[in-house]
Design a protein around this ligand. Structure first.
Ligand code: BGC
Length: 773
């Protein structure tokens, strides 16, 4: 755990330069606009340790998998969103001596990421080895108003230097992914164009043939006067640059403005790409840095209006939640149903930037409640678009008749990962994808989604479950063998409670949906049954059989469902008894030891208790929580959010708060010692959930909004906002509970078990409660 980020309500601040933390800070200070994003690398040369990272949503490469013994059905490739051209580069030389913070003496260094406006600012004083001193202030943003545009303003003051300053402003396309399986480079140059103060570089990805074109234009001002690019532009393979040279004296100020435009063949034809980028760049330059920034920050203000969460009286908690919300909004804007939320977003290479069950399980609720409805719908449509591929995935594994198995890891619908047990056997993700459909409809009331989209996906998944289970003569019940639950510290287990529960739940829900469609959309439904050759009678008869006869491992003595068959054969020793030096166990223990141990990586049985809260009473939840939580090591970033919510549901305020802080400040404080790889973007959706469901006690049952807020002892007040069925509500909990309806739509809300009506543009004030109810 680290503690170097300064607590502040709206900013992420680092003071003092610590090269040892550079990769962590590069992740933390990342910026993005849903289409492109980058780590907080320095503009000027840095020869110290750094992961240069620039990523374009949807632009990926299928990197051939590395496995020892190849078996049928293994994924062919591990897809990765490619590390793309680095456009921020400014090489600065003072009389041929290069500015490089790894060799200079650095003073007054600070990095600030303003979350209100998504502006990254860096200031420092540097003394070069020869004694030349300068002061720098660098500002940078990626516009959310103009998604193809980014800009840098880099102001440099000479403290004692008289001589020649030369500047090379470049785009470097010779980029490799650090995690490439075979140390290959994935980009080829296709086209470039250079003029004295602008340069364009177009590249193509190998195999997938995505075309990406970057353009830059650089302006230089010397004590306020514009300086012409004096030298010839430069280009080399995968590299274009503009060069400037000027004489400066001590006290002089040099301001560099660098504008960038980028687009890809996802949105423009290859032939028109460079021309399009030229036009966009021209428009950006004509607007200028300040105007571009104003439009960008206005848009951010609008986003915060519906998504902000306020905490009064605890700056660490406040910064934590805003940081999570901010990064989620930087990662996904929901305007393109081909895009999704990668576990690391645009902040690193781990997990390939591709899609996991994380999106449905942890991120969907945030977008559902804080963004226009289409944003959440686009996340669901992403999976609908992949349905055919999911059917093919299932076929590869031996399933038939329209059974669909969604991949654990994907970018285009195909399974693409290096790890066998995780890829194939974590089939619980199919349940999460089905659950997301229910969750979306329960929250938004948009039942139209069911035909055709929701039903088609549910049918494919239900067919899969019906084929994946088998009848056990011995148990006289249906069983599900050879799976991996969300707890990846167990592989290839039989009868994982959570997976079996998800299967039974999907079958039941699909039956409900069929019932609804038969009654409300009979014509459409009969079209769909024809399209999918769905034999309702015989297929649903089997589903009902399974629902009634599924086996769930249960311990009568403890009155708990077991995570899987044989779980109690393990030695049950609380995680608190582990030697702290051996944690996290995945970095210190052998895989063999981990698999045999009782330790649970993240909510598994408890994930079902989280999703199906209305099926279990509090006492049953308490028994399960008290058995499983003490042996959970929370080594997945997705763990603590679920445990925070469950702890609150059984009235464990302290545990809920501890778990909440852990998820909210996971990256800011580097809890898991891995922020350097990138931020845990999908777990940030979990943090939002943990906030509104732990402290807000928010729930939606049968379309009815429920709130059960409590104010943690260490806070003075908190407030969050949600869109709910056309209304926009602000829930503020302090010395009293005040709910304001900022919309012309009235809503019914059950608060602490009592029914209330919130009139259009109305307000409701109730006495506060300080413990979870
Ligand atoms: C978790 C998975 C998750 C993946 C990507 C793993 O560590 O165990 O549940 O899908 O990370 O975030």
């Amino acid at each position: 755990m680290k503690n170097y980020i300064i607590h502040s309500e709206w900013q992420v601040i680092e003071e003092g330069f610590n090269p040892g933390y550079n990769r962590i800070s590069e992740s933390l200070f990342s910026i993005g606009n849903g289409h492109t994003g980058q780590r907080a690398n320095f503009e000027e040369t840095y020869s110290g340790d750094s992961l240069k990272g620039n990523y374009m949503a949807g632009v990926y490469y299928p990197d051939k998998t590395r496995v020892g013994w190849w078996k049928n059905g293994y994924p062919e490739y591990f897809a990765k969103i490619l590390n793309a051209a680095n456009w921020i580069g400014l090489r600065i030389r003072l009389d041929e001596e290069e500015l490089d913070l790894a060799t200079a003496e650095v003073e007054d260094f600070s990095r600030v990421l303003d979350m209100r406006t998504a502006l990254l600012t860096r200031t420092f004083k540097a003394q070069l080895p020869s004694g030349k001193k300068i002061e720098v202030k660098a500002e940078r943003f990626l516009s959310i108003a103009e998604k193809e545009v980014g800009a840098i303003r880099y102001s440099l003051k000479s403290v004692n230097f008289d001589g020649t300053l030369s500047l090379c402003s470049f785009i470097d396309g010779d980029i490799a992914n650090e995690d490439s399986n075979y140390d290959e480079k994935f980009w080829m140059e296709t086209e470039k164009d250079v003029a004295p103060d602008k340069a364009f570089l177009c590249m193509e990805t190998k195999k997938t043939s995505f075309f990406v074109c970057h353009g830059i234009e650089t302006h230089l001002y010397h004590n306020g006067e514009k300086v012409k690019a004096a030298r010839q532009p430069y280009s080399d393979e995968k590299f274009v640059a503009n060069n400037f040279e000027l004489g400066v004296s001590a006290g002089d100020e040099v301001v560099i403005e660098k504008y960038m435009a980028v687009n890809s063949s996802l949105y423009q034809s290859r032939q028109k790409l460079m021309l399009h980028v030229k036009v966009k760049l021209g428009e950006a330059v004509a607007a200028g840095f300040d105007k571009l920034f104003d439009a960008h920050s206005e848009k951010w203000e609008k986003r915060w209006e519906t998504a902000d969460i306020m905490v009064k009286g605890d700056a660490a908690a406040q910064q934590g939640i805003r940081f999570n919300i901010f990064q989620l909004m930087q990662t996904y804007s929901g305007d393109d149903e081909r895009l999704n939320v990668g576990p690391k977003g645009f902040t690193g290479e781990k997990y390939g930037g591709v899609t996991y069950w994380d999106t449905e399980a942890y991120c969907l609720p945030f977008f559902m409640a804080t963004a226009p409805q289409l944003v959440a719908k686009n996340l669901l449509l992403y999976r609908h678009k992949h349905l055919q591929k999911a059917i093919e995935n299932a076929q590869k594994l031996g399933f038939s008749d329209g059974a669909a198995l969604y991949p654990m890891v994907t970018i285009n619908g195909e399974e693409c990962h290096n790890e066998w047990e995780i890829t194939f056997e974590e089939i619980h993700r199919n349940g999460a994808i089905a659950y997301a459909i229910y969750n979306y409809i329960n929250y938004t009331g948009d039942k139209n989604y069911l035909a055709p989209f929701g039903f088609e996906v549910l049918l494919g998944i239900s067919r899969f479950w019906a084929q994946r289970i088998n009848w056990s003569e011995d148990k006289n019940a249906y069983v599900m063998l050879g799976v991996t639950g969300p707890n990846e510290y167990e592989n290839n287990v039989n009868n994982n409670f959570h997976t079996s529960r998800m299967a039974v739940w999907t079958l039941k829900y699909t039956l409900e949906v069929i019932d609804y469609l038969t009654k409300e959309h009979p014509y459409l439904y009969s079209e769909l049954t024809r399209k999918w050759s769905f034999n309702e009678q015989s297929e649903t008869a089997l589903w009902r059989e399974i629902i009634d006869n599924m086996y769930f491992p249960y311990d009568k003595k403890r009155e708990i469902f077991l995570q899987q068959d044989g779980f109690l054969d393990k030695e049950i020793i609380p995680a608190a008894d582990l030697d702290p030096a051996e944690r996290p166990i995945h970095q210190n223990w052998s895989w063999d030891r981990i698999l045999r141990s009782c330790y649970i990586k993240q909510a598994d049985t408890l994930q079902s208790f989280y999703w199906f809260r209305h099926d279990f009473d509090k006492e049953t939840l308490r028994r399960h929580f008290d058995f499983y939580e003490p042996i959970t090591v929370h080594e997945s970033s997705l763990s603590s959010c679920i445990h925070a919510i469950l702890a609150a549901r059984i009235g464990r305020e302290e545990k809920a708060y501890e778990m909440y802080l852990r998820t909210a400040r996971l990256d800011l404080d580097d809890y898991n010692n891995d922020t350097e790889d990138g931020l845990h973007i999908t777990s940030m959706g979990g943090t939002w959930l943990a906030f509104v469901e732990t402290f807000g006690g928010m729930d939606v049952k049968d379309g009815q909004l429920l709130l059960n807020p409590f104010l943690p002892k260490s806070w003075d007040a908190f407030a969050f906002r949600i869109n709910f069925r056309g209304a926009h509500l602000e829930i503020r909990m302090g010395s009293e509970l005040k709910i304001t309806n900022h919309s012309a739509v009235a809503v019914d809300v059950v608060i602490w078990g009592e029914q209330h009506q919130l009139k259009e543009n109305g307000e409701l004030v109730l006495a506060s409660k300080s413990v979870p109810q």
